[in-house]
Design a protein around this ligand. Structure first.
Ligand code: GCU
Length: 618
């Protein structure tokens, strides 16, 4: 006869298995507009490089009730008892925030840190669901509440959530513990070699979501990608395709409203999801010039979920990229998710506004958020500012392309990125990787990612930074992956990684594909404040010369040239950049220094983009 505790633990194990398996499928989006309690703030921490809180001295994972496990609250009932961990009196780290920038003991730290905080609840309602939501944790997280494991997640740049079973939730003194491990591994995404800092920690917001019995976990609203957008504009009638997913199939009628357009539609999901289409009249399309966002209301039972969504169409036509049927030129700039003046991960609205402010001063209309999905404040801010976005998963350089498990990890990160941001009009490009070395296994791997991206969201362009073949004086772009991407994007460094900037004068470019050509990187290093003649490497004059020659070369590009996103907006931290005078652990290709000073090259690109704005947006 099962006793009560056996039944509970069996139920709990089953719950954990299903929750974990479906956690991504039921990833809850638009958390900022749902009822939630912020768990941001100071969390206690224990540094645990030997993972002693997770493995016993025989390197076996500790069992759930092991008092020495760091997810269990140490309870001392007698002074003779031995406990070798506690969080009370332990130091604290700010959440959200990477640990590297918060204390010098963490600067280069790669390993496990245990985070802990308590939280209380105003009440626990039987007809509510409680979820723990993390904007991102780099790289691997194991999450425990009141000594019970809720789940684990890998991937340093995408959100995840776990439902909290009511049996383990308390009104007061909930004991929340997260094991975070940012060690690099050959079979992870990214792999062991990256040209950016391996910032570890709970790097983005943490929320306790309080959700109604029936709720909408995911949805998407997009202009039908197959409609002739010019006809729709002239007829003022637009077809919108929608999708929504509920947390349970018992939910009732959902009503969708767009008040400004006086539009409302009743939806009746069969099972737990529903696809639908409808017409909208007199829609103002989203664009950089007019980043129009509509308030959208989704009502289920007596709860209303609001969002702000823009409608626009992005497509290619031969050599051109068209936004709402009009040819555009991408005046881009690449950005790492970093606030250089404080050597830390960007993680807030204010951080996003700083980075986009710099991009706007450059006269940019597009950003390449390299090399991983940035925090959601970036894509929300891009939506409201009218900044076009290239968003990317960190399939970077020498990934283990022959490993099926690695492909699954890459697909999971791609799906999490798309689910979170497919309602962001600013995102026009999903990129599945950067500078991956050409081989049959790599191309097969990347092709699968492109197919997965298209299945999930056919309304955007699929891309990757491809490889260039240099032979007999011609830069020939015939990367086999270009057969599957919608645009031909390449990184080029003529004059920095090969030759001097005037090498660009004789450079010829050809693509094996009749598709839009986009330079996803081009750049040179300069130490801000170091001035010399232009041939002196690391001087601001050298970087200025590089941009003068590169821009002249861009002006001679074939007709399918549709823009670029030079590398990079601001100097950024990299453990690969160790020159003691010019780098000191910084990649110096920023147009802005890590102290926020604009270098001479900034103004060269700014001027070029002013010209291109007048040429295209007149
Ligand atoms: C590469 C890579 C970047 C890197 C840059 C550089 O193209 O994509 O991540 O930082 O070049 O060498 O500075």
């Amino acid at each position: 006869m099962y006793n009560y505790f056996t039944r509970i633990s069996l139920f709990y194990i089953l719950f954990l298995l299903t929750a974990n398996v479906f956690s991504q499928k039921n990833l809850i989006i638009n958390t900022e507009n749902r009822e939630h309690i912020s768990l941001n703030g100071q969390w206690h921490y224990l540094i645990d490089p030997y993972e002693n809180g997770f493995y016993d001295y025989r390197w076996q994972e500790r069992n759930e009730n092991d008092p020495e496990a760091y997810w269990n609250k140490p309870v001392i009932t007698d002074p003779s008892q031995r406990r070798e961990h506690q969080y009370k009196n332990a130091p604290t780290l700010k959440v959200p925030g990477d640990w590297n920038s918060q204390d010098s003991i963490f600067t280069y730290y790669e390993g496990t840190v245990w985070y802990q905080r308590n939280f209380d609840l105003p009440e626990i309602s039987e007809d509510k669901h409680y979820y723990l939501y993390f904007g991102a944790v780099n790289y691997e997280a194991h999450v425990y509440l009141n000594g019970k494991k809720l789940g684990s997640h890998k991937g340093g740049f995408t959100p995840f959530d776990f439902e909290i079973p009511k049996e383990i939730l308390k009104k007061n003194d909930n004991f929340l513990v997260v094991k975070v491990d940012n060690k690099r591994h050959p079979e992870e995404i990214p792999t062991v070699n990256t040209d950016w800092w391996n910032y570890g920690g709970i790097t983005r917001d943490v929320k306790l979501l309080v959700l109604p019995e029936n709720f909408i976990s995911q949805y998407s609203l997009q202009l039908d990608k197959d409609q002739d957008i010019l006809k729709a504009i002239s007829s003022k009638k637009f077809t919108v395709n929608g999708y929504l997913k509920l947390n349970n199939s018992a939910a009732g009628e959902v009503s969708l409203e767009i008040p400004e357009l006086n539009f409302r539609k009743k939806l009746h999901p069969e099972a737990d999801s529903v696809h639908f289409s409808f017409q909208l009249k007199n829609l103002k399309l989203w664009s950089p010039e007019n980043p129009k966002l509509y308030k959208v209301k989704l009502k289920l039972d007596d709860s209303v979920l609001e969002d702000k969504i823009g409608f626009r169409k992005i497509e290619t036509s031969g050599d051109d990229i068209l936004l709402n049927g009009k040819k555009i030129f991408l005046r881009g700039i690449s950005i790492h998710e970093e606030i250089p003046q404080e050597s830390r991960r960007a993680n807030s609205k204010a951080d996003a506004e700083q980075l986009f402010g710099w991009a706007q001063q450059l006269n940019a209309n597009m950003v390449r958020l390299a090399h991983y999905p940035h925090n959601e404040y970036m894509t929300r801010t891009a939506d409201s500012l009218g900044m076009l976005v290239w968003s990317e998963i960190p399939v970077y350089w020498t990934i283990d392309f022959k490993n099926e498990e690695v492909l699954k990890k890459a697909k999971k990160q791609l799906k999490e990125m798309i689910i979170r941001d497919r309602n962001k009009a600013s995102v026009i490009i999903w990129s599945v990787g950067n500078e991956t070395p050409v081989s049959p296994s790599r191309t097969a791997f990347m092709k699968e990612l492109i197919e997965t991206g298209k299945e999930m969201d056919g309304s955007r362009l699929m891309a990757a930074a491809l490889e260039v073949n240099y032979n007999e004086g011609v830069n020939y772009i015939d990367d086999p992956l270009g057969k599957y991407t919608d645009i031909i994007a390449v990184n080029e460094y003529l004059g920095w990684y090969g030759g001097l900037p005037d090498a660009a004068q004789s450079a010829k470019w050809k693509t094996a594909y009749d598709k839009p050509l986009f330079f996803s990187e081009t750049g040179a290093g300069a130490k801000a404040g170091f001035h010399a003649d232009k041939r002196t490497r690391w001087s601001e004059e050298y970087q200025q010369w590089y941009f003068e020659e590169t821009i002249d070369m861009m002006k001679r590009m074939p007709d399918n040239y549709t823009g670029m996103s030079p590398w990079i907006l601001a100097d950024f931290r990299s453990p690969r950049r160790n020159h003691p005078v010019y780098q000191e652990g910084w990649n110096r290709k920023g147009l802005i220094s890590n102290e926020g000073e604009k270098k001479l090259a900034f103004y060269i690109l700014q001027e070029y983009y002013k010209e291109m704005e007048e040429k295209y947006d007149k």
